[in-house]
Structure formats: C-alpha cells, structure tokens
Design a protein around this ligand. Structure first.
Ligand SMILES: Nc1nc2c(ncn2[C@@H]2O[C@H](COP(=O)(O)OP(=O)(O)OP(=O)(O)O)[C@@H](O)[C@H]2O)c(=O)[nH]1
Ligand SMILES: [Mg+2]
Length: 282
C-alpha cells in the first residue's frame, strides 16, 4: 500500500483549510474570510484501497507582517515541511501572485519532494490571475484546477497524490480521521465563531481554552470554556451590548457542536482578560 504526509502550503486565505475539510469530508479545520485563521497543524486522513493520505493543514505564509503572531505562524508552516512526502502549493487566482507565493516557491524549490500546484476557487466567475498561475505549472510535478468549496475535481487531486506517494505501512489506524481531540476541536469551533463575528484586529488577540467537557447521565454534554483576550477594550467588544455578542457566538458554536456530536449541548462561555497569553507567540 501507499501512505504519506501531504502538506497544504500557501498564503493566507487561499482556501487550504476549506480544501482539507472538503477532501476529508468533515469539518476538521475552521475557516473564515479573514486571513490568519489557522494557527496549528491539523491533520486529516483519507483511507482508500490504494492506501492512506494524511493531509497536513498549515497556517498561511506571511511576508508583510512582522508581528510575533505572523512569525510564529510562518515558523509553524515551515516546520510542517519536515517529514513530508508531497507538497501541495495552494493558490488563489482571484488575487495576483504575491510575495508570499514567491517565498513559498523558493522554499519548496530547494526540496526534492514532489510538488503539486493547486489552483483553487475555480467555481468563481472572475479569476483574473489564472493565466499567470497556469504559467507556473512547469515547476511542479502536476497542476490541477479545482474548487474546495464545491468539491469539483477533488478526486483528480487524490489520484495525482497517490501517483506520487511512496510505498509505506499505514500511518493511522483504519477509520481514524484526524489527530485532533475534542478539547482542541471544540475550542477551534468557538474561535471560528469569534472570527466570523468580530471585526478587524479583535479576533487575532483571542484564544479559547476549554475548562470542562462533561457527558451527563441524560446523554447531553456540558462544556465550559474561557475566551481569553489581551486587551480590556476587546473584552467588552466580545461580550457586546447587554451580552448579545457572546450570546450569539455561544449559540452558533452550540448549534454546530450539536450537529457534529449529535448530542444536546450546554455551552458556558466566560470572557476574561489575560495579557500573558500572547507571550506564547514570542
Ligand atoms: N468561492 C470559493 N471560496 C473559497 C474556496 N475555498 C475557500 N474559499 C473561501 O476562502 C476563504 C478562506 O478560506 P480558508 O480555508 O479559511 O483559507 P486558508 O488558506 O485556510 O486561510 P489561513 O488559515 O488564514 O491561512 C473562506 O471565506 C472560504 O470560504 C473555493 O473553492 N471557492
Ligand atoms: Mg486555514
């Protein structure tokens, strides 16, 4: 059988996490229209007669921002190149080739690993920069145009990856889809709702920590979590007028958690200010 790690590499917002979710067929990684949504390496596995592909989602690559968060994310993305078997460079033809794409191209040019160029968002009518991305194709073993959103041509991508993967023993147990545990994943879903709701810089200074997940005798689940921000002003923006903001965030997170777990959920969210947590990114 064949098996290996395939890294989704690309600048922010090109749709890496959306592609991971669409290929694996379930939502593992959170996505949002804002850049810098993904902060961790998330693995999603597909199992098939030919073997296993372990997709590794990574944070988008940044060249413009010098912030600690951007540095941390770049490092996390580059670390994801260690031990990889195939690289997917995901690009977005609605935007011109950016300095981030060039940085990625020079980084991966130095490796001997097989590379696939994935031109995403082909469901959109306007893709003005498609020709310039097509012109990059010769530097890759394979190029494919698809839509992570509709799933179109996802199968061809999987076929191309299997052609390039080495023979290997299984890497994951059969049926196991991800490296994520509920604790992490629940926190990520709540973070996604914060990303979708809050404006501009606020979501970047937010972290979510799960304090408790308890399954109750009646089969329902109780989850309590802290939304941590580093600035007092952001705390009131998150809570919103009369608590409306945090209530709506809680409701949409709860609905999605109920949909995925099939259980009734009680979600208790508390917003606190703690300046220390951004230290993690230094
Ligand atoms: N129309 C269209 N939109 C897409 C497609 N793939 C992703 N998007 C949208 O693009 C935005 C960014 O998607 P993400 O999957 O979060 O992008 P990412 O590359 O993971 O971004 P970072 O985690 O910040 O690096 C979201 O609003 C998605 O809905 C696609 O195939 N077609
Ligand atoms: Mg992402």
């Amino acid at each position: 059988m064949k098996a290996g790690f395939v890294t989704l590499f690309g600048r922010s917002n090109v749709g890496k996490s959306t592609l991971l979710n669409s290929i694996v067929g379930t939502k593992l990684a959170i996505t949002s229209p804002k850049p810098q949504t993904t902060r961790h390496q998330i693995q999603g596995v597909i199992h098939d007669d030919r073997g296993q592909i372990v997709f590794v989602d990574t944070p988008g690559i940044f060249t413009t921002s010098k912030s600690n968060l951007a540095k941390y994310l770049n490092k996390a993305a580059e670390n994801a190149l260690n031990g990889v078997d195939v690289i997917l460079h995901v690009v977005d033809p609605t935007r011109s080739i950016g300095p981030e794409d060039k940085k990625i191209m020079s980084t991966i040019a130095n490796t001997k690993l097989p590379k696939i160029l994935v031109i995403n968002k082909m469901d959109l009518h306007s893709t003005p920069h498609l020709a310039s991305f097509r012109a990059m194709a010769e530097d890759y073993n394979f190029a494919i145009e698809l839509s992570a959103k509709t799933g179109q041509h996802g199968k061809s991508l999987i076929n191309a990856i299997f052609d390039l993967l080495p023979e290997s023993e299984a890497l994951y147990e059969y049926g196991q889809l991800t490296n994520l545990d509920n604790n992490f994943w629940f926190a990520e879903l709540i973070r996604e709702k914060l990303f979708l709701r809050l404006r501009e810089e606020v979501p970047y200074s937010i972290n979510v920590k799960i304090d408790e997940i308890t399954e109750r005798p009646d089969g329902s689940m109780y989850v309590s979590a802290k939304v941590i921000t580093n600035v007092e002003r952001y705390k009131s923006m998150i809570i919103g007028l009369g608590g409306r903001g945090i209530r709506e965030i809680g409701q949409s997170a709860r609905k999605e958690l109920e949909g995925v777990t099939g259980k009734k959920m009680y979600l208790d969210l508390q917003v606190i200010v703690d300046e220390r947590w951004t230290e993690e990114f230094k």
